[in-house]
Write a protein that binds this ligand. Sequence first.
Ligand code: ATR
Length: 269
Amino acid sequence: TDRYCVFGHPVGHSKSPRIHTAFAEQFGDDIAYEAIEAPLDGFVDAWRDFIAHGGKGANVTVPFKEDAFRLADVLSSRAQRAGAVNTLVLGKQGDIYGDTTDGVGLVRDLQAHAAPLEGARILILGAGGAVRGVIEPLLAAQPAALMIANRTPGKARQLAEDFADLGETTGGGFDEIVGAFDLVINGTSASLGGDLPPLPDDLFADAALAYDMMYGNEPTVFLRWAAERGARTVDGLGMLIEQAAESYFLWRNHRPETAPIRELLRGEM
Ligand code: ATR
């Protein structure tokens, strides 16, 4: 049995064990996948202990993505850009490979929902780690423009600058949002506290899609607000499943079907 896990703090409510176990069933892979709550200052020790006991790879979630970034011996270029690692792979020689699958996960889920991407005007709300992790794959989808808007405008400007070589990217405060967008992605953690960033009422273009990187049993405040303004709405559950599928592929070299797992998890919520 090859062991995998997700490291987080807290991690008790993680759906990753459920998702990866279902992936393994698709292939008849003999794996075990568990959630491990590492101490806040003990991520590296927890990883070492895990591989000493048969661990072959891990997912990494809040707050350890930067620790995992520093731990990896080799980083993918997308992880380097993101400054974070959500997937660790143990190589045959004991070397540690770090990658991030959050961004491709988001883009795959957007594609699964036929979201406007190529040639679209995209607005992303927030400028924290979660947003940094998805900008490169979003720009790879060749939108006409990507605006990053954040409560702290300087962080959005910096982020836009960091990715300016990859596409038409601007950053600023919520009060600098101008025009209508085909796709608006909420990457702030505001939803957690039930807050809504101050957004202009005419934010959405015709047939726009509103996407929240968060998910829950109820639609987030942002998605409720967007639905009231005529946008189609999608939450982040599919992103979670897609990033997991990409991690699974990195570990096992075959790509699970995500559609049945979407059905499964929706049914359980
Ligand atoms: P994460 O890893 O989830 O991205 P983070 O790096 O702490 O976490 O970033 C949180 C993001 O949510 C930031 O963009 C933050 O805005 P600031 O950069 O101004 O702090 C945003 N955010 C958090 N609470 C918010 C709120 N109540 N309203 C608007 N934006 C909020």
